[in-house]
Write a protein of this length. Structure first.
Length: 125
C-alpha cells in the first residue's frame, strides 16, 4: 500500500506541471494516508484537513437539497496563483487533494492523471 501511494506521489510530482502538493485522505475519519509537497512551508495534511470540511459541506448540501443520485466528483478552487483540486473517489470514501501552480498547470492533463489514480486508490485502499 505505502509503495503504491509513494509511487503515486512521485508520478504526480513528475508528470503534473506546476505540482505543489498532494494528499490522500479518508472522508469519514479524516485520516491522511499519504502527503507530499515540494514547498517546505506548504503542509498538505493540514490543507486536506480543511478541505475535508469543504467536501463534507458539499455532501450535506446535496442531502439537504434532496439531489437524488448526485455525488461530489471533484471540487476546484482557484486562488490567485494556485489551483486546488479535491477529487473524490467514486465510492465517496476517499479524496485526493492536489495543489498546483496556476501559471504552469495543464488542467486537462492533471484531471486525466487524477482520474486514473482515483480508480487505483479506490481498489487498493
Amino acid at each position: 500500500m505505502s509503495d503504491f501511494l509513494k509511487q503515486f506521489g512521485e508520478d504526480l510530482k513528475k508528470n503534473v506541471p506546476g505540482f505543489i502538493a498532494v494528499a490522500v485522505a479518508e472522508i469519514q475519519t479524516g485520516m491522511s494516508y499519504y502527503s507530499n509537497s515540494v514547498l517546505s512551508d506548504f503542509d498538505p495534511e493540514l490543507a486536506s484537513a480543511y478541505n475535508l470540511e469543504v467536501v463534507k459541506a458539499k455532501m450535506n448540501a446535496i442531502k439537504a437539497l434532496k439531489l437524488e443520485g448526485q455525488a461530489v466528483d471533484n471540487i476546484m478552487i482557484t486562488l490567485t496563483s494556485q489551483i486546488h483540486i479535491i477529487d473524490v473517489s467514486d465510492s465517496g470514501d476517499y479524496f485526493i487533494y492536489l495543489a498546483v501552480d496556476s501559471n504552469k498547470a495543464n488542467l486537462g492533463m492533471t484531471k486525466s492523471i487524477l482520474n486514473k489514480y482515483k480508480k487505483d486508490i479506490t481498489q487498493k485502499l
